[in-house]
Write a protein that binds this ligand. Sequence first.
Ligand SMILES: Cc1cc2nc3c(=O)[nH]c(=O)nc-3n(C[C@H](O)[C@H](O)[C@H](O)COP(=O)(O)OP(=O)(O)OC[C@H]3O[C@@H](n4cnc5c(N)ncnc54)[C@H](O)[C@@H]3O)c2cc1C
Length: 476
Amino acid sequence: MNNDHGNRPLVERSLEDARPTILWTDRPDRPTPSDPLVGARRSDLAIVGAGFTGLWAAVLAAEAEPGRSVTVVEAETVGFGASARNGGFVSASLTHGLANGLRHWPDEIEQLERLGRQNLAELCETIERHEISCGLERSGDLDVATAEWQVPELAAAAARREAHGHRVQLLDQSQVRSRIASPTYLAGLFNPDTVVMVDPARLCWGLLRVAESLGVTIYERSPVQHIKAAGRDPGSPLIVATPNGSVTADRVVVATNAYRGPVRTPTRFVIPVYDHVLATEPLSDQQMVSIGWEGREGVSDVANQFHYYRLTVDNRILWGGYDASYHFGGRVDPRLDQSDDTHELLADHFFTTFPQLEGVRFTHRWGGPIGTSTKFSATWGLSKRGRMVTVGGYTGLGVGASRFGAQTALDLVDRISTERTELQMVRQRPLPFPPEPVRWAGVALTRRAIQRADDNEGRRGLWLRFLDRLGVGFDS
Ligand SMILES: Cc1cc2nc3c(=O)[nH]c(=O)nc-3n(C[C@H](O)[C@H](O)[C@H](O)COP(=O)(O)OP(=O)(O)OC[C@H]3O[C@@H](n4cnc5c(N)ncnc54)[C@H](O)[C@@H]3O)c2cc1C
């Protein structure tokens, strides 16, 4: 798909009433924020950030050791970051897909795949055991080819996944269109077992409830300003300080991902890449019949710049991706959640994909920062004499992988040697991003190269091949 807005009047009309807010959290029943942290508090474990990583770390720590006191400190509200504003695709992959995993950790891929499947199974088991009502749908996902050069890529992906034990179904043009009626589809690859869909905000709120029921204390609207040792003694605890209070803790997990947070080092390894999303009004029965989509699969196209889309429980279409952007200096700012150009481009591509939905209105438009690393997967770092761990960088597949990220972060900070802590993926940092202004220029160059590759039947130019050789990349 190209970047011209083919049908401007249709696009403009469709966005006229779209509210500049996140669909998932635009609800009267969202939980009331807890009180900010005031005064000094003592805790065995402090967790900074209440997205999926922070919430899973709290739940897993409290479940593993019921007597342990756990405190979570969140700058805004639970799920404020990427966690309550994403597409809700929960993938088993810990490596941003099998191909990326094979590229970076070929010797460990079987283990990473097994651990990923186990992570997804345990995540679903927790949702069910605690009756978290978050629209869990085991619908699988469907990759679609929308250009001829992508058809053999799908076949190659099918062979690769089958060789690693995935159940897959390769679909020709008529088979894929009989599942979902889009004139743009040329082929498809259905993956029934490796992705489930959730309502991410409801999952955040459910994990909050579970954490509190296990005795975890959560302070919202409490930005952590700095973390420092309470004394010179190597065993002295750490002080996690907010504007009006502090938590003194023996161990700290920093789970601020794409946000700058109170620790500087992670910003070398994880940068914020903005991604934007639209959601339609609920479709009528007639509109649903016109698109089929009875399997309710999550869908992604397989271009380098790709869209991801899905149905919500009330039959809206959530439609996001394609036009990822990085802002100089790693800027993260609520004003960047809105981008007229990107939202219009997304709307235009939506109507190209589903022309039969002409006239449908978008009700919500938003965006948010994705924490991206050069290997597109999580990275962990220990500091403060091993008493503090930072984790993040899941790129576009963090809803599931953040649980694994949290569990591994707890292993590391508690100095427990596990299968997870022995992984190369955990022990070795990815290449850091270069400092500004080289970082910004490099990302801009890479974006243009990716666009050119898509326009050029997927052929990767010199710059992308150079990055491939370095084993680094840029993605959302
Ligand atoms: C638009 C979009 C779509 C996406 N779609 C998908 C998808 O469909 N599937 C998928 O797997 N992944 C997706 N992702 C990625 C996924 O959402 C993230 O990888 C995941 O939510 C990361 O969780 P986290 O807890 O590490 O980070 P976050 O959810 O960003 O949490 C970090 C938290 O730290 C808090 N914080 C920051 N600074 C401080 C401070 N100083 N003190 C205290 N707290 C602080 C923030 O307020 C925030 O709540 C998407 C992301 C975006 C933005």
